[in-house]
Design a binder for this molecule. Structure first.
Ligand SMILES: Cc1cc2nc3c(=O)[nH]c(=O)nc-3n(C[C@H](O)[C@H](O)[C@H](O)COP(=O)(O)O)c2cc1C
Length: 186
């Protein structure tokens, strides 16, 4: 009933948390595809529909994990690199979202904003189905090697993030500032 859905939207917004550890069970293709379909109903200026979604299979996942391992080995040492690698290998679902570049600054900004709205749609929808997401934006997503593995061109697409998804192993807590710190009546 329509009188109920704003309440459940509110509880989805308030309850959604970034998930850092996942159960091993995979999320079905049907569910992630539905989530992406829903995500695309985000507002987008001039109907640019600037998003692309790349669902990664085991091959690209392994290549990204290896790339990150090598980077960490050089910069942070073997122990750190190994811990990260093991952790990344446990992530069941990998999705990359990119935003359309156009060469026009304002348009690209608005495209990125629209993609962020789409990302939140996706995360909230999945949350209502018991699936958690971690949006990550580490350095590697900006590299050309990452784009090559995923299969997009950096001159026409900007990475918005890597979205790890799966059934939460644990759900952390978060806080937000009180409204008085962020709301100004002017
Ligand atoms: C654009 C963006 C990039 C983010 N990148 C990372 C990241 O690289 N690593 C990470 O642990 N969390 C990342 N996060 C998740 C935030 O850390 C998280 O949203 C924040 O701690 C608040 O927690 P909550 O999502 O549970 O409310 C990112 C979130 C956004 C919106």
């Amino acid at each position: 009933m329509i009188s109920e859905w704003p309440q459940s939207l509110e509880s989805a917004i308030l309850g959604r948390r970034t998930i850092h550890s996942f159960k091993t069970a995979k999320v079905s293709d049907d569910l992630i595809e539905r989530a992406i379909d829903v995500a695309c109903w985000a507002p987008n200026h001039f109907l640019t529909e600037p998003w692309k979604y790349y669902l990664l299979s085991d091959g690209p996942k392994a290549q990204i994990i290896e790339m990150n391992y090598k980077k960490n080995l050089t910069n942070k040492g073997a122990r750190f690199a190994e811990v990260k690698k093991n952790r990344w290998q446990t992530v069941p679902g990998w999705l990359v979202i990119t935003s359309k570049r156009s060469g026009i600054k304002k348009e690209e900004q608005e495209n990125y904003a629209a993609c962020c709205c789409a990302a939140q749609n996706l995360m909230l929808y999945l949350w209502t189905k018991g699936v958690g997401v971690k949006w990550t934006t580490g350095d590697i997503i900006e590299t050309s090697s990452f784009a090559n593995i995923v299969g997009f061109t950096t001159s026409t697409e900007k990475p918005v993030g890597m979205f790890w998804y799966g059934y939460p192993e644990t759900i952390g807590k978060q806080i937000r500032q009180p409204l008085k710190n962020v709301l100004f009546r002017v």
